[in-house]
Design a protein around this ligand. Sequence first.
Ligand code: UTP
Length: 295
Amino acid sequence: MPPMKFKAVIPAAGLGTRFLPATKAMPKEMLPVVDKPAIQYVVEEAVQAGIEDVLIIIGRNKNNLSNHFDSVPELEDKLRAKGDTSKLQKVMASSDLADIHFVRQGEPKGLGHAVLRAKAHVGTQSFAVLLGDDLIDERDVLLTTMLAEHERTGAAIVALMEVDPDQIHLYGAADVEATDNPDVVKVKGLVEKPQREDAPSNLAIIGRYVLSPAIFEVLERTQPGKGGEIQLTDALQEVAADPTGPGVYGVVFRGRRYDTGDRVDYIKAIVQLAADRDDLGPELRPWFKEFAAGL
Ligand code: UTP
């Protein structure tokens, strides 16, 4: 059988209320992380995993997001005339990355509803969902393992990460059972944003999924859940609970992840990524040490 060809779907139509007022006129996925918008890292991750076709679900404030992945001839011409190839490459990198498409989610009715907007574009192929404000460090592997696990099992694959039990109410939590592979678990059930005492484990769903198009049929009948939103977790719970279907598996991620939709994690992401960079780290690291010593 030839290897499967996956598309990527990146929902970026949430209201981003935790980041107001920065997100009043700009999606949170466009907030810069060092010198690139968060969503560019996410598109790069999909491309790194071999995906060439990316669909971004956009909401209000769609223009600056779609403009970012478009070419800007007047800026490119200026940089070319100046012979500034390094900056020219930076400008062109985002428009040359992949075959990028956009579809509008008219109203932010939840992540499940946003994913459902991808139905026509995705067609009959399996696809990956990458949340546009959730960054996985490029030095750590996650999506490639998830795609391979989907090809092997045909199941819906979620990314799971151990979180502090005090934080589990911010995530979907998974009830799991071990498999022969220490990095893969069978998901028996999922609960969206449970209280600590109701959580089946401290394994939280983070923003990567690999799904077959069968999920659309489930999403079409999924009723609004937590927060009055159509939750992808609720649709996946139905898949996990169906004894006749391929079920849900979780790939346990133990690498570096940054949630740029949260203010504290956003600042940590910038500090960590900048400190590790060859062009910025040497100047920043001594300053960070001095600054931390004075706290
Ligand atoms: P979040 O719950 O983190 O996004 O959704 P939010 O609602 O924008 O954030 P806050 O809590 O108000 O700050 C997870 C992902 O799903 C997308 C978001 O853009 C984010 O990538 N999303 C959420 C949609 O695309 N549409 C929706 O209706 C809801």
